[in-house]
Design a protein around this ligand. Structure first.
Ligand SMILES: C[S@@+](CC[C@H](N)C(=O)[O-])C[C@H]1O[C@@H](n2cnc3c(N)ncnc32)[C@H](O)[C@@H]1O
Length: 268
């Protein structure tokens, strides 16, 4: 199934008009169908999580079995504020404070699939937020670097990673527009906030066959999700469709100071 189909199926028509996206790498693997009752007993959210994966991911075209498996096992309820626990597995973004959000689960799965990850890959995430996307990545590859610009969110995420035992995550509080040059090159880079243009420093920090997945567009306006695939000196760009993310802020953006640019609303 192509990403044209995925695009048209995205929640409430937010993802539209995909063009020429290649099928992602898909590694067939057995998945959990019936959870052992013991697992259900220790994790009261297991059944809800399995339903989320079936109804909002598998049925809407996510095919990479490694990604689906990790979405089935990652405890999203550990990454949302307590008052939103009852919506932890609903397919929409949720507030995490400081005007930011934990992204919609389907979008997390889609962007992760588009990264076309192999187990030995090095991955960089821009926009740690709650840490959920980083935790998903950390289960798919050897090492993940993640950057957050808001110190309080970065600190909370780091504590969460320690408590939940994600030992292969490197965190930094900084403006992610400039990437993490000392740790580069990366096989894959994911940006979970929308810049107004594709950050050149991130393209420069990809391996010769690296992938960059990034939403691009104005704050609150029409944004496009791009999958960029480096082929040596060339870059192929695939338009995955329309999305709505909180803005990437900081020095690399035309708007300057990040505190002025956070908006309210249904952003990812
Ligand atoms: C939609 S939230 C990310 C959700 C996150 N990936 C998760 O799983 O919870 C976007 C995040 O990007 C962060 N951000 C915005 N501009 C940034 C920048 N220039 N560098 C690093 N992080 C940035 C925001 O503070 C926010 O936490």
């Amino acid at each position: 199934m192509s990403h044209q189909w995925l695009a048209s199926a995205l929640c409430l028509g937010l993802l539209i008009c995909a063009a020429c996206a290649p099928p992602p790498a898909s590694t067939p693997r057995e998945r959990i169908t019936t959870p052992p009752s013991e697992e259900t007993a220790v994790d009261p959210y297991l059944e809800t999580r399995l339903q989320m994966v079936e109804r909002t991911m598998r049925s809407r075209g996510i095919k990479d079995e490694r990604v689906l498996r990790v979405m089935e096992t990652t405890p999203r309820h550990e990454f949302v504020p307590e008052r939103y626990l009852n919506q932890a597995y609903a397919d929409h973004p949720l507030p995490i404070g400081h005007g930011q959000t934990i992204s919609q689960p389907y979008i997390v799965a889609l962007m992760t699939e588009l990264l076309q990850l192999e187990p030995g890959d090095k991955v960089l995430e821009i926009g740690t937020g709650s840490g959920y996307q980083a935790a998903v990545l950390a289960q798919l590859v050897d090492e993940v670097w993640t950057i957050e610009i808001i110190p309080e969110l970065a600190e909370q995420a780091e504590q969460r990673f320690r408590r939940l035992g994600y030992a292969n995550l490197h965190t930094r509080t900084a403006d992610g527009y400039y990437g993490w040059p000392e740790a580069a090159p990366f096989d894959a880079i994911i940006v979970t906030a929308a810049p107004d243009h594709i950050p050149q420093p991130l393209l420069d920090q990809l391996t010769p066959d690296g992938r960059l997945v990034v939403p691009v567009g104005p704050p609150g306006g029409y944004q496009t999700l791009w999958q960029l695939v480096r082929e040596g000196e060339d870059v192929r760009a695939y338009n995955i469709g329309g999305v709505r993310f909180v803005p990437l802020v900081g020095g690399g953006q035309s708007g300057g100071d990040y505190e002025d640019r956070f908006g309210e609303g249904e952003q990812r």
